[in-house]
Design a protein around this ligand. Structure first.
Ligand SMILES: *[C@@H]1O[C@H](CO)[C@@H](O)[C@H](O)[C@H]1NC(C)=O
Ligand SMILES: *[C@@H]1O[C@H](CO)[C@@H](O)[C@H](O)[C@H]1NC(C)=O
Ligand SMILES: *[C@@H]1O[C@H](CO)[C@@H](O)[C@H](O)[C@H]1NC(C)=O
Ligand SMILES: *[C@@H]1O[C@H](CO)[C@@H](O)[C@H](O)[C@H]1NC(C)=O
Ligand SMILES: *[C@@H]1O[C@H](CO)[C@@H](O)[C@H](O)[C@H]1NC(C)=O
Ligand SMILES: *[C@@H]1O[C@H](CO)[C@@H](O)[C@H](O)[C@H]1NC(C)=O
Ligand SMILES: *[C@@H]1O[C@H](CO)[C@@H](O)[C@H](O)[C@H]1NC(C)=O
Ligand SMILES: *[C@@H]1O[C@H](CO)[C@@H](O)[C@H](O)[C@H]1NC(C)=O
Ligand SMILES: *[C@@H]1O[C@H](CO)[C@@H](O)[C@H](O)[C@H]1NC(C)=O
Ligand SMILES: *[C@@H]1O[C@H](CO)[C@@H](O)[C@H](O)[C@H]1NC(C)=O
Ligand SMILES: *[C@@H]1O[C@H](CO)[C@@H](O)[C@H](O)[C@H]1NC(C)=O
Ligand SMILES: *[C@@H]1O[C@H](CO)[C@@H](O)[C@H](O)[C@H]1NC(C)=O
Length: 701
């Protein structure tokens, strides 16, 4: 076994190399895309945060006019359980049985005979909005329109928001930062209005309901004050506010500098006012949200501002970086803007202890839960950009979810570990027809493990993934069904492919899933070979005898037997997952390039792109790039249906609310591959004439 020293050395090298070699002057490129705003945005907050915690602000730098959210990895809530007879506990929920080949398999789908507990399992736990911090104008009716000279900037290099405006002739300045280490927002307010008592700060706490699948743009209810409680304990320059919603309790630890006091507005409400003393024009305070009270010494505003500067400067300085010819080319400029803002937003929203939800920590989609099939899109880019520390924060989810995945497979009569889908931090997968029948999340651990091993070919990497790959490969082999009449292994039915738009009881041998099964079992086998372990025969057999790709009219189709795919509008939309077999995945060994090229052409001829969203465009870009067409790849990344707003938030488009971060994470994955190359491709893939500089990228498979 290599010494821990060697293991550390490998990590150290990966971290140090890019910076010692750094040729690109990164800071001016990053700062070129600092946000400069002059009004609030209903959908898109300006954010500070640390991956596990984010604070969304309006034009005042706080949550004054718009109740933008404060979300975290750890803040969740359960509604009370239903009182319907026989449906009062999660244990009462039974799922439904569907015929699966020659037997009944139990799937976690809503049970029509248990509607209430089924819905409870879907909506709970839900992620909560921890609180709202805004400017208080002494109860006066001040709206955003009453402010003049509004100006706001987000300095990406230090992770700080600077906001200013004039009210009634007096200037107000607000600086907002978040701690990289604790779930703290730190604020400095400067104005002569403070000393005159005309300006203070309010803190308010909302209730959570779990009523809406998409709680966007705002999460929680501020007007159901009797359903939850808050309690204030004030001591010196510190106040601890304990918020209790049913079984969920957490604290907001408020600490200020200098003379100030905090009072509760009304016993029946959860609003508190923090006012400075009458001899100061500055109010500096921090609000730390935490699951429980601790007596840790808190860092003050200045300390957090410094820590934020250091963290962000490091973030921008280490790992991959790319410089596009922005001065001479408007496409390059827009792409560079999206890249820089995505880097910022993904560090704030997509680098927590659990995989990100699609809307990150901006608002709630799917009740705040995260999806295991989306882990690929949320996490893969960190590897290509050499940001292993951020990747490592949540990759442990596979280890953590192994026990529940083994249980799931066992209940269904399969071997190994079957990963769930729409998850909360406990690993329970929410009931759903699609949730229970999707399968493309299964081989993700193989992709991650193999990429990790290429950068860190150590015993520790082998050990880390060994039992995970074993569990998942055992399931994959056991799930494949030996078709006695054809002699090959079928995938499904019932199942949903990547594009969730096919009839599950008829869906058989989808193109992408066949390739991904082959890839996954090949990696698991290689993993065993590297450890001199005997490769299970079942893995080899399934790998070698998987059903052939379904082909019609000389092109691959979504699944075997799909009726007249290219002329049926309901099949030529949603994710074009079938293109993933060459680009997203390393080329499948059985792929026929003539057929594949014909498939790309068919997708371009027939697809309903206005209905596409999220990572569809990055997927298309990677496909085009792997095919050697850099112009087409860039066109996909800038497609009119793939918009990023003024704040850099990837727009949801026609299907989901904004933001939809898989579009940002997919963009960084595509750019990472175009910059770092892949096996068999040295050098970059960019349009002719583009003067591109890139450094620190990790090569793909
Ligand atoms: C506010 O910003 C917008 C967009 O950046 C700009 O077009 C507009 O002129 C600005 N307004 C003021 C009053 O500065
Ligand atoms: C919600 O309820 C589930 C099932 O009873 C439990 O496992 C989980 O810990 C609860 N979560 C919260 C935040 O109360
Ligand atoms: C609840 O379960 C009991 C025992 O299985 C059964 O007798 C009863 O009819 C059920 N009640 C309802 C409302 O389904
Ligand atoms: C699939 O088949 C099962 C029976 O095994 C049936 O209960 C279910 O309704 C079918 N689903 C669809 C979408 O047709
Ligand atoms: C506050 O002012 C706005 C316009 O600035 C007005 O529409 C609203 O009715 C006012 N509200 C109250 C409570 O006075
Ligand atoms: C602005 O100034 C006027 C005149 O002094 C005063 O009546 C009003 O309350 C002030 N508004 C605010 C929001 O302080
Ligand atoms: C409470 O606020 C929500 C929006 O946040 C609104 O839809 C609802 O009507 C309000 N309810 C009451 C009783 O005011
Ligand atoms: C608040 O509590 C009451 C009484 O328990 C309940 O009827 C109501 O539905 C709750 N409101 C929300 C928004 O959950
Ligand atoms: C603070 O916490 C530490 C360890 O958790 C404990 O030893 C110490 O007594 C605590 N101090 C106070 C003042 O509560
Ligand atoms: C596997 O076997 C080879 C050849 O016998 C040996 O060199 C290598 O160290 C072994 N690897 C492990 C992980 O045991
Ligand atoms: C690929 O498919 C084309 C079109 O069907 C066929 O002509 C060709 O022989 C195939 N190539 C290989 C290597 O099988
Ligand atoms: C597939 O398309 C690419 C890009 O247009 C081209 O370079 C390649 O030759 C094509 N391959 C085949 C077999 O048609």
């Amino acid at each position: 076994m290599p010494s821990p020293l060697l293991w550390n050395a490998a990590w150290l090298l990966a971290i140090i190399l890019p910076i010692t070699e750094s040729r690109i002057e990164r800071k001016p490129i990053v700062r070129q895309y600092n946000l400069r705003l002059n009004q609030s945005h209903q959908y898109s907050p300006v954010q500070v945060g640390n991956g596990n915690f984010a604070f969304g602000a309006d034009v005042t730098g706080l949550q004054t006019f718009l109740p933008h959210n404060t979300l975290s990895s750890w803040g969740w809530h359960n509604s009370s359980l239903p009182t319907t007879p026989n449906q009062t506990l999660p244990e009462d929920y039974t799922g439904v049985d569907w015929v699966t080949h020659d037997r009944l398999v139990n799937y976690a789908q809503p049970n029509p005979k248990q509607k209430d507990i089924s819905q409870w399992m879907i909506a709970n736990p839900h992620r909560i909005n921890l609180g709202r911090v805004g400017l208080w104008f002494g109860g006066k009716n001040v709206s955003e329109r009453s402010l003049s000279d509004k100006a706001q900037s987000l300095d990406l290099w230090e992770g700080a928001i600077f906001s200013s405006f004039t009210l009634n002739g007096s200037k107000v300045e607000v600086t907002t930062v978040a701690s990289p280490h604790t779930d703290t927002v730190a604020v400095e307010v400067s104005s002569t209005l403070l000393a005159r008592g005309a300006l203070s700060v309010f803190i308010d706490f909302p209730y959570a309901t779990g009523k809406n699948k998409f709680d966007a743009p705002f999460v929680g209810l501020f007007n159901v004050t009797s359903n939850h409680t808050t309690r204030l304990e004030s001591k010196g320059n510190q106040a601890l506010i304990t918020h209790t919603l049913g079984a969920t309790t957490y604290v907001a630890d408020v600490i200020w500098e200098g003379d100030a006091r905090i009072v509760r507005v009304k016993e029946t409400e959860h609003k508190y006012i923090l006012s400075s003393g009458h001899d100061t024009n500055t109010l500096k305070f921090t609000v730390t949200y935490a699951p429980w009270a601790t007596n840790t010494t808190r860092t003050n505003f200045q300390g957090i501002h410094e820590a934020s500067k250091t963290w962000w400067a490091d973030y921008w300085s280490f790992g991959g970086f790319i410089s596009l010819p922005t001065a001479t080319n408007s496409s390059a400029h827009e792409l560079q803007r999206r890249i820089i803002l995505s880097q910022y937003l993904l560090a704030v929203n997509g680098a927590g202890k659990d995989p990100a939800q699609e809307s990150g920590l901006v608002n709630n989609g799917w009740y705040g839960k995260f999806h295991l099939e989306m882990v690929f899109w949320h996490l893969a880019h960190w590897m290509f950009w050499g940001k292993w520390d951020l990747y490592n924060r949540s990759i442990g989810v596979y280890e953590r979810f192994m026990p529940s995945s083994y249980d799931r497979a066992k209940r269904q009569g399969y071997d190994g570990a079957r990963l769930g889908k729409m998850s909360d931090p406990s690993g329970r997968s929410a009931p759903g027809e699609i949730n229970s029948l999707l399968i493309w999340q299964q081989p993700h651990p193989m992709y991650f493990a193999e990429m990790e091993y290429r950068s860190f070919p150590t015993h520790a990497t082998l050990t880390k993934w060994d039992h995970i790959l074993t569990g998942v490969a055992d399931f994959m082999a056991s799930y494949a069904y030996l078709n006695a009449s054809t002699g090959v292994y079928d995938l499904g039915p019932p199942m949903y492919p990547v594009s969730e738009n096919t009839p599950p009881n008829a869906t058989l041998n989808p193109t992408f899933e066949l390739a991904y099964w082959r890839f996954g079992l090949a990696v698991a086998s290689k993993w065993y070979a590297r450890q001199n372990k005997t490769i299970p025969q079942k893995w080899t057999h399934v790998h070698d005898f998987l059903a052939p790709f379904p082909i019609e009219d000389g092109a691959y189709v979504t699944y075997e037997g799909i009726p007249d795919m290219w002329h049926n509008a309901s099949y030529t939309e949603d994710h074009p997952g079938l293109l993933g077999i060459r680009g997203w995945l390393p080329p499948d060994p059985l792929l026929n390039l003539t057929t594949f090229n014909a498939t790309i052409a068919k997708v371009h001829e027939t697809w309903n792109f206005p209905f596409s969203y999220g990572w569809d465009f990055p997927l298309l870009a990677i496909t085009e790039a792997r095919n050697g067409d850099a112009e087409a790849a860039v066109r996909q990344l800038l497609d009119v249906n793939n918009a990023f707003d003024e704040l850099g938030m990837p727009e949801g488009g026609t299907r989901v609310p904004t933001p939809y971060f898989p579009a940002a994470a997919g963009l960084l994955l595509a750019v990472g591959m175009m910059a770092g190359g892949w096996d068999g491709r040295e050098g970059m893939v960019w349009p002719q004439g583009w003067d591109v500089q890139a450094e620190g990228f990790v090569k793909g498979m």
